[in-house]
Design a protein around this ligand. Structure first.
Ligand SMILES: Nc1ncnc2c1ncn2[C@@H]1O[C@H](COP(=O)(O)OP(=O)(O)O)[C@@H](O)[C@H]1O
Ligand SMILES: [Mg+2]
Ligand SMILES: [Zn+2]
Length: 497
């Protein structure tokens, strides 16, 4: 027998088997019991939440020969034919591929023909938002003068694209995303029925990436089954789905918030070398940052994307950074994930994005856990040297100096008298101590400035401008210095002798 995809094998065949969607199920079942079903329904909601499944249950219920408490029997010939797709009076139309007015005209005519096989004809029109305006109009006319013994169930993932005229002719049910717990328990049920042993964390990982859709969850499980057989661990799921370990993410973000440039670059390299995609890492990092936001907003009750207790602790700890910084970081990361879809896994984009997050979260004297004890001590994943913002800045600075020296010693000699203040909005601020006016002015000359920019660009893979600041008594009158102070805090800008 051909292998039946899990999501098809597990299509709910009666109301009782539907996960979630309680109010919809209850209303429809009651209407069926009382013979009060209306002639047109609009099911809206995300994909894989049960719209088509429930439409088919309704189609069976109206044709079933032994309807019991609003439930179809799944035994009579009508039920069985519908389940096998051999029932002439249940007509499924995919509006995505039958969008034109001709198709709807055709439907308008055929609708008049009495049911051939069953008690009622049921038209299930999927992705109904795809119809052209003319096709919608024709459909509207059909809905306005409903023929006897015909019902319509329209389904869409994009409710806002359905004209108000159509909506007003339908009873509307909104399908919700299923919760993580609902998905996990369904997956457990499926796995148990198939004699598969699957770790809880593995189930959580799948469920959290299904985004409320059971079809996707079951498809992922399918994919993992076919690779891993009857025993499935968290590691298996990470491997098959190409997901980055949440513990790794927690540690990576810890390095980011500590502005540990070296560790960030190294960790990205490690994870990409282990075969993960840059885009996947960016997406997972976005989910992780979203967790930080969720924790701030909802506390412990949120549905996090991280699954281990250890990572959750990290989320709690890291979510202490300012909300506006979390939002900004989230924006940077989702944009990076988006861009990475179209560039073939450019890892520099990832590095830049994480470094950018590092710089915004470390501006304005922002601190996170860096002065607190390290929260993550997993031995499996190597973490970098102790987080220290100054150390990182110094490390970067030393590499810049080295790079400049290799190309032009005189420039190096000038630059040695300066100190880096930090990078903000693609500008690297470099300060000169009191009494080094000469050096500053030389460095501001085109050739010298460009050399530094070139070296920095090679190091960070990013266009960075250089601003030299003269930190003398007048520094507070200097707009550039003011800006730098605003960004990095007075204590950083003030360079101690
Ligand atoms: N609410 C649900 N309860 C049980 N299974 C579901 C549910 N929603 C989706 N599924 C699973 O996903 C598959 C596809 O669901 P479907 O009803 O076609 O979703 P939709 O039409 O909303 O995209 C089903 O065959 C079933 O395996
Ligand atoms: Mg569907
Ligand atoms: Zn039946």
């Amino acid at each position: 027998m051909a292998y039946l995809a899990l999501y098809r094998a597990w299509r709910p065949q009666k109301f009782d088997e539907v996960v979630g969607q309680e109010s919809t199920v209850k209303a429809l079942q009651n209407a069926l019991k009382e013979g009060k079903l209306t002639h047109a329904y609009l099911f809206t909601g995300p994909r894989g939440t049960g719209k088509t499944s429930i439409a088919k249950i309704v189609a069976k219920a109206v044709n079933c020969e032994n309807l019991d408490s609003g439930e179809p029997c799944n035994n009579c010939s009508a039920c069985q034919d519908i389940n096998n797709g051999n029932f002439m009076d249940v007509i499924e139309i995919d509006a995505a591929s039958n969008r034109s007015v001709d198709e709807m005209r055709d439907l308008k005519e055929k609708v008049r023909i009495l049911p051939a096989q069953g008690k009622e004809k049921v038209y299930i029109i999927d992705e109904v938002h795809m119809l052209t305006p003319e096709a919608f109009n024709t459909l509207l006319k059909t809905l306005e003068e409903p023929p006897a013994r015909v019902r319509f169930i329209l389904a869409t993932t994009e409710a806002h694209k359905i004209p108000a005229t159509i909506r007003s002719r339908c009873q509307i049910y909104n399908f919700r995303r299923l919760t993580g717990d609902e998905i996990v328990s369904r997956l457990k049920q499926v796995a148990a029925a198939d004699g598969v042993e699957i770790a809880d964390e593995a189930l959580q990982l799948i469920s959290r990436r299904a985004n409320g859709g059971l079809r996707d969850a079951l498809s992922m499980l399918d994919q993992i089954y076919s690779y891993k057989g009857k025993k499935i661990t968290k590691q298996d799921v990470l491997e098959v789905l190409g997901i980055v370990d949440d513990l790794f993410l927690a540690q990576l973000m810890e390095r980011v918030f500590a502005w540990d440039t070296g560790a960030i670059i190294r960790m990205i390299g490690e994870v990409l070398n282990s075969g993960k995609e840059a885009q996947q890492l960016a997406r997972e990092a976005s989910l992780y940052l979203r967790d930080l936001m969720l924790y701030n907003v909802l506390g412990e009750d949120a549905e996090f994307s991280v699954v281990t207790e250890e990572s959750l602790q990290a989320v709690k700890q890291q979510s202490k950074i300012k909300m506006e910084n979390i939002f900004e970081a989230l924006k940077i990361m989702t944009e990076a994930a988006d861009k990475l879809r179209f560039s073939d896994g450019n890892k520099y984009l990832l590095e830049i994005s994480l470094l950018e997050i590092a710089s915004i979260t470390n501006a304005k004297g922002e601190t996170t856990q860096s002065n607190q004890p390290a929260i993550l001590r997993n031995k499996d994943i190597k973490t970098a040297v102790k987080p220290n913002k100054d150390e990182n800045r110094d490390a970067l600075w030393n590499r810049i100096l080295q790079g400049v020296k290799e190309q032009k010693v005189p420039t190096h000699a000038l630059l040695c008298q300066a100190k880096p203040l930090g990078i903000k909005e693609n500008v690297l601020y470099i300060g000169f101590k009191k009494g080094f006016k000469f050096h500053k002015e030389r460095m501001e000359e085109k050739a010298n400035r460009e050399l530094v920019e070139k070296v920095v660009k090679e190091l960070l893979n990013k266009e960075i401008q250089i601003q030299f600041i003269f930190l003398d008594e007048d520094q507070y009158n200097d707009i550039v210095a003011k800006k730098a102070i605003e960004f990095f805090g007075e204590d950083i800008v003030e360079i101690k002798n």
